[in-house]
Design a protein around this ligand. Structure first.
Ligand SMILES: *Cc1c(COP(=O)(O)O)cnc(C)c1O
Length: 480
């Protein structure tokens, strides 16, 4: 491409992106298409001759990228969304174009230093000891695999390894356990206590029973913000227990970890810094584009021992102990410079701005909780925890089956209406609607409007249902 063409294309991309940002909240938080139509349009052989670059950009921007969840939309409250900052997006663009391979000090000394520095920021935010370190990975799923390799090796790679977690733990943890060689029947998912926390007494009994049966506990996996309810396990007590028992403590802080940059978050996550390993996703509550997962371990050697292998073909890249090759800490050799986005966005806005944006998640979740509590049509199923609230429509007088049908119907109505995006979870077999509020542009009006709409759709359903009680045929015809 000629320099002029490069500039023209890039300017067009910037225009499209800024226009998207400016109009994002006016459109729906989701769009999508069934496979058949998309396949007809795109499932074609690659062209032998290229075409105009501007036309290709335009097609990607109009016909491909919009057919996706708009996870950065201020009324996207489903799953765990993210709203990346502009400097962090530019950082990904820059490091891609700079062709950084962030595997060794020789290939990328500048970006390696930034990765060490940013990891050290995160270490301090989480209150981990000096000497703790880690690396950027794709996400918390990937981080958990690395953590459990470290745990397994630290335990001496015993036969019959077992791993412990609560029934609220993200499925990626069980998947990581299976990946590192724990048998499915040795992945212990323990019933959580009345507050959805890992039950320490139950854990202790299970570990003792497993040891008596000749099995080898290698890790306890605790939550610092479950995806369902935002619950934090008793981290300090678990750290005591694991230290006494000599078992590795991994903390899944994928969603909740960055709350630790605020005073309130630090209190809620007290004890997290004592973990042997922590996974945390900057592509959730720290406003970074995918993929910005991060793994911290108390002792970097626990990663470097299992993962450092000598390759003849890169033997020239060994610079010595103060020049770590980050690739020696994980499975990935060629790596993007993932930490640059975090560094650039923090440099641009400062920590005070990040702290304010994270605090807003707490405040808006409390605001949502209050609105749920004060509306007789709504039932609070789990109070605001970090920035997640669970609730359902419950006008009273309906049995559990009807309530589930009602709430699934409301969820579908909200989805197809396209004003807001919410998702659901299951709390002790109860179908729950759920808001996760981590967007830097969300206002209290966005939250109120979403809850108002839930109530409105709930009322409509109840009216139809009551009419259906009089005329049964109409009720079945209008059921989803
Ligand atoms: C998102 C999430 C994960 C998985 O992280 P990825 O970055 O998607 O791999 C694990 N645990 C929790 C609590 C999460 O919210």
């Amino acid at each position: 491409m000629s320099p002029e063409e490069m500039r023209t294309c890039a300017r067009r991309v910037v225009e499209l992106l800024v226009e998207r940002e400016e109009t994002l909240r006016d459109g729906p938080p989701w769009d999508g298409e069934f496979q058949q139509g998309l396949a007809e349009q795109f499932h074609k052989a690659p062209p032998e001759e290229g075409r105009n670059a501007a036309e290709v950009i335009e097609q990607a921007a109009r016909e491909i990228l919009p057919f996706a969840a708009r996870l950065d939309h201020p009324r996207f409250f489903g799953f765990v969304p993210v709203s990346p900052t502009w400097p962090s997006v530019l950082a990904d663009f820059m490091s891609a174009a700079w062709t950084v391979n962030q595997c060794t000090w020789l290939t990328a000394s500048g970006p390696s230093q930034i990765e060490l520095t940013v990891i050290d920021w995160i270490r301090q935010w989480l209150g981990c000891p000096d000497g703790a370190g880690g690396l950027f990975v794709s996400g918390a799923s990937d981080a958990a695999v690395h953590a459990l390799v470290a745990a397994r090796e630290a335990a001496g790679a015993p036969a019959g390894p077992t791993v412990y977690m609560s029934d609220q733990t993200h499925s990626s943890i069980a998947r990581a356990a299976l990946t590192v060689g724990v048998r499915p029947e040795h992945v212990r998912s323990l019933p959580s206590d009345s507050e959805y926390r890992l039950d320490l007494a139950l854990l202790a009994r299970r570990v003792a029973a497993d040891r008596a049966a000749g099995l080898a506990p290698i890790a306890v996996c605790a939550n610092a913000g479950t995806a369902s309810t935002g619950t934090v396990d008793p981290l300090a007590e678990l750290a005591d227990y694991c230290a006494a028992e000599g078992i590795w403590l991994h903390v899944d802080a994928a969603y909740g970890g960055f709350a630790a940059v605020t005073e309130i978050g630090r209190r809620k996550l007290a004890g997290i810094g004592r973990a042997d390993s922590i996974s945390i996703d900057a592509h959730k509550w720290f406003f970074q584009p995918y993929e910005a997962g991060c793994l911290l371990v108390k002792d970097v050697q626990t990663l470097e021992r299992p993962f450092t292998l000598r390759h003849d073909v890169i033997q020239d890249t060994i610079w010595g102990s103060n020049h770590p090759n980050v690739a020696d800490r994980g499975v990935q050799l060629s790596r993007a410079a993932r930490s640059l986005k975090l560094w650039m966005s923090v440099q641009t806005f400062g920590m005070a701005a990040f702290r304010r944006s994270i605090l807003r998640g707490f405040e808006l979740a409390r605001h949502a909780e209050e609105q749920v509590r004060s509306n007789p049509m709504l039932e609070l199923l789990h109070p605001a925890s970090l920035s997640i609230v669970c609730f359902r429509v419950n006008p009273g007088g309906l049995d559990e089956d009807a309530l589930e049908t009602l709430n699934k119907n409301v969820l579908a109505k909200v989805f197809w209406d396209g004003h807001s995006f919410i998702s659901s979870t299951t709390l002790r077999r109860t179908f729950a609607l759920r808001l996760c509020i981590v967007n830097r542009a969300t206002t209290s009006t966005d939250v109120s409007e979403t809850l108002d709409q839930v109530v409105r759709f709930g009322r409509d359903w109840v009216q139809d249902y009551e009419r259906g009680k009089v005329r049964a045929s109409e009720a079945s015809a209008s059921s989803p």
